[in-house]
Design a protein around this ligand. Sequence first.
Ligand SMILES: [Zn+2]
Length: 169
Amino acid sequence: MKKQRTHIPNEVSRQIKVEAGHQCGIWRCQITSHLERHHIDENPSNNDPDNLILLCRQHHAMATAGEITKLEQKEYKRKLKEMLIPRIKLYPDEKPILKQVDLNYPFDSGLQTKYEREEYELRWSSEDKLARRIDLDGWEYAFQDLPDGKRAILKGPNGELTLIAKKKQ
Ligand SMILES: [Zn+2]
């Protein structure tokens, strides 16, 4: 049976690129040009984000040839996902943008799924509880990566709620 190739949705494509930091997903490769999206299971219609990894041309060819096995590709993919949240924490001085959204936005935008995959819990916090949760209770701001490389902290309606995240115990 001929394999059916389906278009990778833009949102999935963006997620894959941001996850890899716009460079080849093979650990330490660091190539940033001619990046291609590779289907780990070799099924070109399986556009599940977990099945896609961003690779440079050479590593893509190696993956297709089986020189980098599927199991190894999955390991690299897992490494990328583990890196995702620590990278967010890497630049504490960078001023994030405050973005006002509705309460369903974290879910509808895929942000909640992204955090849950990293085993983080998300919650809206009222302003009066925010300092306590961040400073004392182990919560942190939940960030959304923006296409221009900046990051946003999400505020609920009227700016009265802030989206925060905490690693599940
Ligand atoms: Zn590479």
